[in-house]
Every structure is written in C-alpha cells, then in structure tokens.
Design a protein around this ligand. Structure first.
Ligand code: SAM
Length: 304
C-alpha cells in the first residue's frame, strides 16, 4: 500500500492527481520522515484491543500504520479533498472509520459525532482501550488535548506530534516561564513525556517551527483526586490570567459568571489563604499541581 511510504514525491503526485491546494492555516504539513512516523507509532505502544482516534487523516499514512496494529481507528479530516484522497488510500482497511468534519464543535467542545463513533467502537468488546495517536494540526492542538481530558471518555494515552513550544508548556514545572493553566490541567491527570524534537525538515511542506513527539499517559489515581474537573479547570485558567500578580490579587480580580457563589472579598480571600497555609504574595505560576487542587477544593466548599 502506497500510503506506508509517504514520501515527498508520493505527496506531490497524489495531491496533483486530486487537485488539492494545501492550506497552511489548516496545518497541512505531512510527516515525510518515515523513521519519525514509525517512532510515533512505536511510542503509542499499540495493541489489538485499542480503539484509536486520529485527528487529521491527511493522506492516511499514519492511519494505515496504526490500523494494522489495532482493533479500530476513527479518523477525522476537515478537508473534503484530503478526505476523498485518504478514502482511496485506505480502501482495504475495514477497521477504519473516516469522518469528514471538524474534530471540534467549538473551542470548548469536541464534535459529538466523533465522540459517539469512538463510544460505539469501544462498546464492541469489553477489553477495548481508547488511545489518541495523531500528527495534530497545530491550530487545534491545545483545545483538542484540553477537551479530551474533560470528555466523557478520556484516552488512556495520547501520542501526538505538536509544536515544540506547546510540548514544553505541557511538561513545564512551576516557576518556569512555560508553566501555565495547560501544564496544570494536563499534569493533574497525566504523566507527560517529551519524547523527541522533530526538525521542520521532517514535514512537507516545511513548517516554520520545530515540532515534538509527546506521550501522555492518563493516571487514574491523579484524576480521582479532582472532585469537580470543570470547576478546577476554570479556577486554574482564571488564576493564570493574572500570572504576574500575587495570588491574593488574582483571587480578588474578576471571576467568570460560572464561578457563582459567595463573592471573594478581601476577608474571604485572606481567610482562604490562611486556612490553606499559602503565602498571599506567591504568584499563581509558582503553585504546584497539588496546591492548585487544594485551592480549588476550598473554593468549591466556599461556594457550597
Ligand atoms: N496525518 C497526516 C500526517 O501525519 O501526515 C496529516 C497531518 S496534518 C499535520 C493535519 C491534518 O489535519 C490536515 O490534513 C488538516 O487538513 C487536518 N485538520 C486541520 N484542522 C482540522 C480539524 N479542526 N479537524 C479535523 N482535521 C483537521
């Protein structure tokens, strides 16, 4: 099958045959370094019980490599011409379900048809496991990862290529410039590893940026500690809007409507920080994940 050798000449020929004009804003940079493509698949550590979601089918090269190893693949492609091309390339795979649509319904929600299709494939056998393997389009990588961690079914692992800066933000530690709401959200639920940096030459057309393979493994024990994930996510995102301010000032700043409940006035904030033993002058970017969890739980109790 030609898709297993996604070379530049293969891409030029097939894209010309179908008359595809690539759109950089859709992150249409194909992984042509076959060693890195194989490393991505090896890192995912796939098994015959896996149901894999791929976002961004492209020409189907990664889809084919994954489909050979797993029970089912659900692959989503927004571009109708690439969807058509990949349908031809993947015709021999009866375990691949292709969807032609946006993987996101909105910035904060995943597409419901995509989620329902994954749920159907998982329901076909009790031992099935959900994983994400994708060379992600950079423009949707952050909402996709963040929303999958809040989805009704969360992948056991996510093995993805993303922009290097995003990879560094995901694994960043407190007190560093990259540490932010996404680092806290991901690390509160997953063990994360930046596996390999990938130069622009690994892709065609060449992007302007360096990329990275990242492997995230869901940790059920960590996840179980989050009492109200939506509230926790909102609290961390809101506090990082004021990352250079003291935590006390951040807590006194405006809160979204969704955090209704008693107003956080000065005595309430001082009492909250004293009760948790948190220094009021500390900044949000210095707090580790367990402290964010304690803070959000105490705030949830204040809301009643
Ligand atoms: N999987 C292929 C590979 O590894 O070479 C292609 C990956 S390419 C980086 C990303 C693909 O995602 C493109 O084919 C692009 O059209 C598609 N895409 C971009 N935004 C999307 C979205 N919101 N939903 C689904 N697919 C999207």
């Amino acid at each position: 099958m030609t898709t297993r050798n996604q070379t530049i000449s293969f891409l030029r020929r097939r894209l010309a045959e179908v008359g595809v004009r690539l759109k950089t804003q859709r992150g249409q940079n194909f992984l042509t370094d076959l060693n890195l493509l194989r490393l991505l698949v090896q890192t995912a550590n796939l098994s015959p019980n896996d149901v894999v979601l791929e976002v961004g089918t492209g020409t189907g090269a990664l889809t084919a490599l994954v489909a050979e190893r797993v029970a089912a693949v659900v692959t989503v492609e927004i571009d109708p011409q690439l969807y058509q091309l990949a349908s031809e390339e993947l015709i021999d795979f009866d375990n691949v379900t292709m969807l032609q649509q946006d993987a996101l319904q909105s910035k904060h929600t995943l597409d419901p048809v995509m989620l329902a299709t994954i749920a159907e494939r998982l329901a076909e056998a009790p031992e099935r496991r959900f994983k994400l393997v994708a060379n992600l389009p950079y423009s949707v990588a952050t909402p996709l990862i963040a929303n999958l961690l809040a989805a009704p079914i969360v992948p056991e692992t996510m093995t993805i290529t993303i922009q290097r800066e995003l990879a560094e933000r995901i694994v960043a530690q407190p007190g560093t410039k990259d540490y932010g709401a996404l680092s806290v959200w991901v690390q509160s639920q997953c063990e994360g590893q930046l596996v390999r940096l990938m130069p622009p030459e690994a892709f065609w057309p060449r992007p302007k940026v360096t990329s990275a393979i990242v492997h995230l493994r869901l940790d059920p024990a960590r996840r179980a500690k989050i009492v109200d994930p939506d509230f926790f996510h909102t609290v961390t995102r809101t506090l990082f809007l004021h990352r250079r301010k003291s935590l006390r000032a951040g807590l006194l700043s405006g809160w979204p409507q969704s955090l209704d409940g008693p107003a956080l006035d000065k005595p309430a904030v001082d009492a909250l920080l004293a009760q948790l033993g948190i220094e009021p002058s500390v900044r949000a970017e210095q707090l580790d994940v367990p402290t964010f969890l304690r803070l959000s739980e105490a705030m949830a109790r204040m809301r009643g």
